[in-house]
Structure formats: structure tokens, C-alpha cells
Unconditional design. Structure first.
Length: 209
């Protein structure tokens, strides 16, 4: 390795270490952000029913002080399932949902980004995927928000959180939200799009995308 390259590498590592120390020692202001309390009791004109959590799900966020909510809206082919994972400091627990789906035996058939527009032409990014298991197929939309930022990208969610801490000395509460429905009719995507727009509308009007 050339001397100049070695010097650049040492300076880069030293800078990264200094930044890490500065962030660790810096006083960080806790901001409420977006929380599971913002989730609507009704979605797609149907009342929600909270579903029980497994002991693993309850324990998952206990060190972080986060929460997990699973909720069902309606029944039959038009049923909507909502899952929300809230976290303030440990972004690792909000890993992309396809990891959990795969771990539970689901097969991810498709996955792609999609942009939704509300009635005011504001754009919101979501991730869309189709998952199948034992003959059942579901369409899933998911996104991350802290009430100010909306993103379908896990990398972007982590980057926003890091910049808030490093630059603005604030730690916001983030929520990973996913909604899903059976892929048994032609309007499955339309129902999920409508549900997501309701979720966006229920949040802070100061969010940026």
C-alpha cells in the first residue's frame, strides 16, 4: 500500500472514531416523533382489533422502550392486517419486513418500490411485495416514518436517524408500518393504497418526504 493511501486511510479512520466519540458524548434531545398512538382506530371504514403478541415480540423492544402493535381491520377477502414496530434508539429492530416473512416460511415472489400520491399530489414512497405460504398469497406495503420524514428505504431511515443525532442532536421515535391484504381480488392494491394514504393523512402535517 502506498504511503499516501495509508495516510488517507489512517486519517479516515481517525475521523470516524472522533465522530463516534463526539456523538456518544454529545447530549441528545429526545423528540416524540411518530408513535403507535397515531395509528387510526378505523382504517378503510372498518374498526381495528388488536391481536395478541408472542412472548418474543413483547421482549424484542423491551431494552429500547419500543412497542409492537398488530391489528386486524375487517374480515374476509377485504381484511387488512396492520403491524407497527416503534423504536427510538435501536434502529436494528426495524429491519425490513421481508426478513421476518422469510423466517416464518413465506416466500417473497415480488418486491419493488412504489410511489403513492394523495389528493394534493404529494408523493409518498412505499415498498410493495407479494408473499406466499401454503397456498396463501398476500400483498404487503410498508414504510418508515418519524412524523417528519417518510421513506420506503431502510437505508434512508437509518441515515435520517444518524443525521438527526450527529447534526441536530435529536433522537426521534420512528415507526415501521406495514399493511397487508389477501391477493384474492383485483382491488387488493387499491385497498392498500387507500389504507396507506389514510395513515399518511393521520400523521403530522409537517412531514417531509
Amino acid at each position: 500500500m502506498a504511503t499516501k493511501t495509508r495516510l488517507y486511510l489512517i486519517l479516515l479512520l481517525a475521523g470516524a472514531l472522533a465522530l463516534r466519540v463526539a456523538i456518544t458524548q454529545r447530549s441528545v434531545c429526545l423528540v416524540s416523533g411518530y408513535t403507535v398512538e397515531n395509528l387510526p382506530a378505523q382504517l378503510a371504514s372498518q374498526s381495528g382489533v388488536n391481536l395478541p403478541l408472542s412472548p418474543f415480540e413483547v421482549a424484542l423492544l423491551s431494552p429500547d422502550g419500543g412497542r409492537i402493535i398488530q391489528r386486524r381491520y375487517g374480515h374476509g377477502d377485504t381484511i387488512l392486517w396492520l403491524a407497527a414496530v416503534q423504536s427510538r434508539s435501536d434502529w436494528r429492530v426495524q429491519h425490513p419486513p421481508q426478513i421476518c416473512y422469510t423466517a416464518q416460511g413465506w416466500r417473497i415472489e415480488e418486491q419493488a418500490s412504489r410511489t403513492l400520491h394523495d389528493k394534493n399530489a404529494r408523493a409518498y414512497g412505499v415498498q410493495r411485495m407479494i408473499a406466499s405460504k401454503d397456498g396463501e398469497r398476500r400483498v404487503v406495503y410498508y414504510f418508515y416514518t418519524d412524523g417528519r420524514h417518510w421513506t420506503a428505504s431502510y437505508f434512508s431511515r437509518v441515515l435520517h436517524s444518524f443525521l438527526d443525532r450527529a447534526v441536530y442532536a435529536s433522537a426521534n421515535t420512528w415507526v415501521l408500518i406495514q399493511v397487508s391484504t389477501p391477493l384474492s381480488s383485483g382491488d387488493a392494491d387499491a385497498r392498500l393504497k387507500s389504507a396507506c394514504l389514510e395513515l399518511f393523512a393521520a400523521a403530522s402535517g409537517t412531514a417531509t418526504r
